[in-house]
Design a protein around this ligand. Sequence first.
Ligand code: ZN
Length: 456
Amino acid sequence: MDLLQRLSQTLDRPLFPWKKLIIGFSVGQYLFEEFLSWRQYQVLKKTKVPKVLEAEVTQEVYDKSQDYGRAKAKFGFVRGLWGQLQNIAFIHFDVLPKLWAWTGKLLLNVAPARFTGEISHSIVFVLSFILIQQALSLPTSIYHTFVLEEKFGFNKQTPKLFITDMLKSNMLAFIIAPPVLAGFLSIVQKTGNQFFYYLWLFVAGLQVFMITVYPITILPLFNKLSPLEDGKLKNDVESLAKKLKFPLQELFVIDGSKRSAHSNAYFFGLPWKKHIVIYDTLIEKSKSEEVTAVLAHELGHWSLGHTTRLFGISQIHVFYIFTLFSVFINNASLYHDFGFVKEHPIIIGFILFSDALAPMDTVIKLLMNIISRRFEFQADEFARKLGYQQELAASLIKLQIQNLSTMDADWMYASYHFSHPILSERLKALDWTPSGKITEDKEEETVAEKASGREL
Ligand code: ZN
């Protein structure tokens, strides 16, 4: 690992303007994303229904969906600006070193001596940081749920549920963060130059652990899973699973409608024992064959090895992050420029390093979305070959309409942001031709009744 050490020395130049560079990255990324949003906004101003959807989408639904798109875009602009201002203010007012010093003092005053080391200090620091971030994002998330989503009829959350959700997720952060951070920091402290290798193993183990315990421990805190009732849907899905040799253990329905009219279906579990979860909103709004078609698409992801490949890619990504982190961890000039002169806490190094890595994240996001969109086409094709062409097309169209999802997109915006191809592309790839209306009574589709499932 000679190369890494040399790189590390090259990047550690006294008085290098890290702060300016990182602010520059952050502003640059912000402007780039705003530029894309501006392009998308032009598409959202169109008033003519796209050709492929002409038979299905009324002018009224189209206008409404464009309205929703523009409302989300404006909200995104305000939220982005707010985040950007916070970021610059945090750097400008030295929030990190101040918070580090403050949490250090707090620990000295209240904790027994053996809990004042770097690990305990980092834990208190990170938890305070989470609380501050949360408080700052509270106004926008309240607005998003109770004004924006409410206005278009998607919100199903009550203020009480919103608050209990928040308390529960904080409680979880306070339970999970300390042991994970302690593991992370002690690995870096104890394994020397090769720490990135052990850190990667640690995170991979953690991921497998979370996949296993999440559905039985954390998920039930927020949602209720109940077995799918006997009937046609259950029989169809079970025989589909059997046909594909999918190791289906149990079929669940999740009460997604508790929070939102958005819906979905997915599977989870270990390679030899999997569970399928279907949102109640999806069942409620679709015909049984259409739900099966959606699951044929989902199981396509499994059968084509997409899940395994994505896990593999995420391992490479984690390894790459930690390897680069090992290049920056001893970068005195980076710490120094951010006001950490005497101390070089590992966790601070990691936060600063993550900021310096932001431009690379943009590239990775773009690549991941390209891969993901390709997988979506393949899963659609898989469902088509199984004979679900009509049903899948029908459910895609229905959900799109119910969800008021953006029907058209600017290509640059879509390439960067979308993990799924847009509807017209998917219908084209499915080789689907419109033949009469798919959605039944128009009357039924009042805005208040929408369910949705963009993330098929
Ligand atoms: Zn999919």
